[in-house]
Design a protein around this ligand. Structure first.
Ligand code: ZN
Length: 504
């Protein structure tokens, strides 16, 4: 396996270099040669000698883990040996996606002619009592649709469609899921399943609207505001210069010491810096970087804990097992990150922020979590919209908008809230297509993990044994996840097949 490891190491070096350049683009707006760095990666994948060697190993009598290692690499190399046109298309897709990410990262929305950041918009949506002002802020998110499409977004869709066809998949969704070792059938019935819960969900949402907003109905620009009404603690002003200590303490409660991890945080907004939050795992176990944009509100800890969860994950992987780490599922990664994000509203985290009023805060956060749970399946509309961009014919920006409204109507039974929906600001459609399901499926996975842990440890909540739960996550999930496909891992831990029903 020595030669296989050598190939993996070469790939890792090129990947790390590429990631560093993307990090620079996302934090400063400068592109110091992302396309060239990507070409280097493609060169390695296209090397026939390397591919033949990997295939030869596939024929050998190997241990189960080595077999998995070879399988992971072979799947990664395979698309680069089908036709030169595919390799060319791959490069063009990458170049266009980099260019469009640049447009998204440097774009700033305007409200009444005045430039605002995404963090400003979130603050307005969280705290502004005047619903007309919130509406304006919400709709400002739709502005970027136009420069995005002018820059070539529809061409990007077409290139991806062409790629999938040439690859031999029935469409780009099927292609992407295959690459992720997921079966397309996993999404069968989601739309209907969500749709059937809508009448009850709407009733419960409206009840919240009546109780907290004295209104009969929740508009899209009311949703974040409502959370702050249920739990005003979310909007509490905090000094983010001191963000690290509480984050470190939270992970410490789970027996995880993040001070040993080489994690760089870049958390304040700047001109030309991407406006969202990411983790760049530059190299597992060596270098991890977190980008965020905080203004100094308690709710922002959700993002900081989420991204730190990613970083913790990358530092708990065995750094020398490069190939198995490549097989780590995005669902597991997003699930664990979401789980740590959700701890921001658990007593274990917030106690110090609300001294003397922690009981009250707990009550409010519990109520807020109840509201969150009611809404959990709503993300399916966006997941399916993202998929349908590759299944439907899209020729104009209006086609995209129509598709957005149609999907919203079908899944959520919602009519258009305006002429132009806000979708382009979600960078996933550009940089990470067919990715949004990872968050929801990650949440399902974590519900499963909590249930399994509680059953095995005879406790009613993971908070009764946080250290044991932390060690369960690290040892039985993070460290081994690359050795299995996602579906295998889910079955191995739970004894059951994946199903949205775990959310119940
Ligand atoms: Zn994430």
């Amino acid at each position: 396996m020595k030669k296989i490891i050598e190939i993996a190491r070469e790939l890792q070096d090129s990947d790390s270099h590429h990631e560093e350049l993307v990090w620079t683009q996302f934090t400063t707006g400068y592109d110091f040669g992302i396309d060239d760095a990507y070409k280097k990666i493609v060169e390695i994948y296209s090397d026939k000698k390397k591919y033949d060697l990997i295939k030869d190993y596939g024929e050998k009598n190997l241990s189960q883990l080595d077999k998995r290692r070879v399988e992971i690499l072979e799947k990664k190399f395979h698309p680069y040996h089908l036709s030169p046109e595919l390799v060319e298309l791959d490069k063009r897709i990458q170049e266009l996606s980099t260019k469009l990410s640049g447009i998204l990262n440097t774009h700033r929305a305007k409200i009444d002619g005045k430039e605002v950041t995404a963090a400003n918009i979130t603050e307005i949506l969280s705290m502004e009592p005047d619903s007309e002002i919130r509406k304006k802020a919400f709709l400002a998110r739709a502005q970027v649709n136009f420069p995005l499409v002018d820059g070539g977004f529809i061409e990007l869709l077409n290139l991806r469609k062409e790629y999938a066809k040439l690859y031999g998949a029935s469409n780009f969704v099927e292609y992407s899921l295959q690459r992720e070792e997921l079966e397309v059938e996993i999404f069968d019935g989601w739309s209907e399943q969500v749709r059937s819960t809508i009448p009850e969900m709407e009733e419960e949402r409206n009840q919240f609207a009546r109780e907290y907003l004295s209104s009969e109905y929740l508009a899209p620009w009311d949703e974040i505001y409502l959370k702050g009404k249920i739990a005003p603690q979310l909007n509490k002003a905090v000094d983010m210069m001191g963000f690290y200590e509480p984050v470190k303490a939270l992970f410490g409660r789970f027996g995880i010491d993040i001070s040993k991890d080489n994690t760089t945080y870049d958390i304040f907004s700047r001109r030309n810096k991407s406006e969202w939050a990411y983790n760049f795992p530059i190299r597992n176990g060596v270098d991890s970087r977190i980008l965020a944009n905080v203004k100094g509100r308690f709710y922002e800890f959700d993002d900081l804990l989420h991204e730190t969860g990613h970083s913790v994950h990358s530092f708990r992987l065995p750094p020398d097992d490069i190939v198995l780490n490549m097989g780590d599922s995005d669902i597991i990664a997003e699930g664990i990150a979401n789980l740590f994000g959700s701890f921001s509203t658990e007593r274990i985290f917030f106690e110090d922020f609300f001294k003397g009023e922690a009981d009250e805060a707990e009550k409010a956060f519990n109520k807020n979590n109840q509201y969150k749970k009611i809404n959990q399946l709503r993300s399916v509309a966006l997941i399916l919209f993202d998929q349908r961009l590759y299944i439907n014919n899209i020729n104009t920006i209006d086609d995209i908008h129509q598709l957005f409204w149609n999907t919203n109507k079908e899944v959520l039974d919602r009519d258009p809230y305006n002429d132009i929906p806000a979708w382009g600001f979600k960078i996933h459609h550009t940089s990470h297509p067919i990715y949004l399901h990872n968050y929801l499926m990650g949440d399902v996975t974590c519900e499963m993990l909590k249930k399994v842990f509680c059953r095995k440890n005879i406790v009613s909540s993971i908070m009764e044994k946080p250290e044991a739960f932390g060690s369960f996550l690290v040892e039985d999930v993070m460290k081994v996840s690359g050795a299995y496909t996602y579906s295998e891992l889910f079955k191995k831990i739970s004894g059951k097949k994946f199903s949205l029903d775990f959310l119940k």
